[in-house]
Design a protein around this ligand. Structure first.
Ligand code: ATP
Length: 245
């Protein structure tokens, strides 16, 4: 049985610069404690959907002009991104976006910037237990390998103690071995820390393997959705997204 949704996106339209209509009525829901994949070709509007949820759309002159985004029963569309972080949603942006000329610890502290409690030190330990390799890296984040930078980007999200993480193409630019490692970590965050995950990926095969449910988006609309098994066995999904067979 599916758990109740922690996040519901209901028929949203998104416009950039007041004229460019990019999302044309997107609806999706993410059950609490699950991993949901959002797939589709370049330019379909996947990143825009994540930014509409996290509020980061506003930093690019984008706006939700119709529909609702509801998180734990509360309307959050067009709310300020730092308020959305405080409510428990953290987006890990595409391309990792760590601060290269700051140290690992300084990057991690940035993730906790919205917090007012003093558990930050304890959480640094929690993060380093989760990613032991990061503890050993005391230099600037710019010197980390691509895989380590992705882990740092995810760790930084953990420092905000999120209930839900939005991940934008975490496998981008990584070798197959590291892709597997990053997906193992995603599963662990979900299983061990109970974090709900909405995952945007080009690597549809890996994403569907990790997710309980998937949505496929084309040209600003959801064109197909279903449970993991249904999508993996769907002929169109196989042909267009899983490379045939
Ligand atoms: P990709 O995998 O290439 O990132 P995507 O599915 O995530 O693709 P989006 O990045 O959401 O797609 O882009 C959807 C559409 O919105 C594209 O046509 C893009 O050119 C346009 N777009 C994205 N960001 C902006 C922006 N800040 N201003 C104007 N148009 C934008």
């Amino acid at each position: 049985a599916t758990k109740p949704p922690i996040l519901t996106v209901n028929n949203i339209e998104v416009v950039y610069d007041e004229v460019i209509l990019v999302l044309r009525g997107v609806s999706l829901s993410v059950p609490e404690g699950e991993i949901v994949a959002l797939l589709g070709p370049n330019g379909a509007g996947k990143s825009t959907t994540l930014k509409a949820i996290s509020g980061l759309l506003r930093t690019e002159d984008g706006e939700v002009t119709r529909g609702n985004v509801s998180f734990m029963g509360e309307e959050i569309a067009n709310m300020a991104p730092e308020d959305i972080v405080r409510k428990g949603i953290f987006q890990v942006m595409e391309g990792r976006r760590i601060v290269e000329d700051m140290t690992v610890i300084e990057n991690l502290r940035l993730g906790a910037y919205t917090r007012r409690d003093n558990g930050v030190k304890k959480d640094l330990d929690m993060v380093f237990d989760f990613f032991p390799r990061l503890r050993e890296r005391t230099g600037l984040a710019g010197y980390l390998s691509g895989g380590e930078q992705q882990m740092l980007a995810i760790s930084r999200a953990l420092m905000a103690r999120p209930k839900m993480i939005l991940l934008d193409e975490p496998s981008m630019g990584l070798s197959p071995l590291l892709v597997k490692e990053v997906f193992d970590i995603i599963r662990q965050l979900n299983k061990e820390l109970g974090i709900t995950i909405l995952l945007v990926e080009q690597n549809a095969r890996m994403a569907l393997k990790a997710a309980s449910h998937g949505y496929i988006m084309e040209s600003g609309k959801i064109v197909l959705d279903g449970a993991q098994e249904d999508l993996i066995n769907n002929e169109d999904v196989k042909e267009f997204y899983l490379g045939g067979g």
